[in-house]
Ligand binder design. Structure first.
Ligand code: GUN
Length: 297
């Protein structure tokens, strides 16, 4: 049976490290600040934004929440981003996605100061990561990398297969694994013989958004599985809430893998922990101070 990787516990440790870093900054009269912008009333986004705000305050940072109506114009959102870029009390700016259709997502992401881009979505940060330079790194891939390093130690020379090619997870995850000297394959929904490709991997990162797609018999015995998926299955009964599952069939995969992250309680909690880590990193860089150890790529 595979070891179940405790992402929830590890995320609490990361937040503890962030809190220590914040204490050190406060002793110098600096308090890191994170601004989160939510446009509209998407229920899932509201839940995320609420827990982001709560955890930001818990680690001792200032949290600035900006809630704008769904009919906000692109110009008004860009004006708010410009104000946050210019505000010295704000070290991280996050615009919650998805945005309403009248707003061009790419234009908004491009308007965020790359130094405050704690999501790591700005093309400057994408380019810096791809060329192996100091960047702000997307939170979910960064959290996944931390879990892998914690479980495996050095990743050098290992075969890694990333399933999924999104800009938010798949592509930056592949860059990070390459940075740690893995041999990296990016597979996706159109990959031929996906089980055969996955079976080569020492490390499998599943980020395709298809519930329980990766089966135990796709895996090399002893491999490490990072399940980024969060999918809600249809409710079994009327009015009930469907079960949350990942992109990996946990029951069969845990019979074969050496270690696996659960859903929930695996990668999910690491994402917000890394958002806080990125805000601390951005604050240190803005003040010309050394970066926190163990919290960056
Ligand atoms: N919506 C869902 N996940 C994310 C995220 O990581 N960052 C932002 N900005 N929006 C999201």
């Amino acid at each position: 049976m595979a070891k179940v990787i405790d992402g929830k516990g590890f995320a609490a440790r990361v937040r503890g490290m962030v809190a220590e870093g914040v204490t050190g900054l406060k002793a110098r009269g600096i308090t890191p600040g994170l601004a989160v912008v939510l446009v509209g009333e998407d229920p899932a986004s509201q839940v995320y934004v609420r827990s982001k705000g709560r955890m930001t305050v818990e680690v001792g940072m200032n949290s600035y929440e900006h809630k704008l109506p769904a009919e906000t114009s692109e110009a008004d959102l860009l004006a708010l981003v410009a104000r946050l870029n210019a505000d010295p009390a704000v070290h991280g700016v996050l615009v919650q996605l998805p945005l309403p259709e009248q707003i061009d997502e790419a234009r908004v992401l491009a308007a965020i100061d790359p130094a405050k881009d704690v999501d790591g979505f700005h093309i400057s940060n994408v380019g810096l990561l791809a060329t192996g330079q100091k960047a702000m790194v997307p939170c979910t891939p960064l959290g996944s990398l931390m879990l892998l390093r914690d479980h495996l130690g050095s990743l050098e020379g290992l075969e890694a297969v990333v399933i999924g090619r999104s800009n938010i997870v798949g592509k930056p995850m592949a860059q990070l694994l390459l940075g740690d000297s893995c041999t990296v394959t990016i597979a996706h929904s159109r990959t031929r013989d996906l089980p055969g490709v996955v079976r080569r991997a020492d490390i499998v990162v599943a980020a395709v958004g298809r519930p329980e797609m990766v089966k135990g018999d796709w895996l090399k015995p002893g491999c490490t599985v990072i399940d980024v998926g969060i999918n809600r299955l249809p409710p079994a009964e009327e009015g009930g809430k469907g079960r949350l599952v990942g992109d990996v069939d946990f029951a069969s995969a845990s019979e074969v893998a050496g270690a696996i992250t659960p859903v929930p309680g695996g990668v999910g909690p690491m994402t917000i922990a890394c958002l806080l880590a990125n805000t601390l990193t951005a604050c240190c860089r803005a003040n010309g101070l050394p970066e926190p150890e163990g919290l960056t790529a």
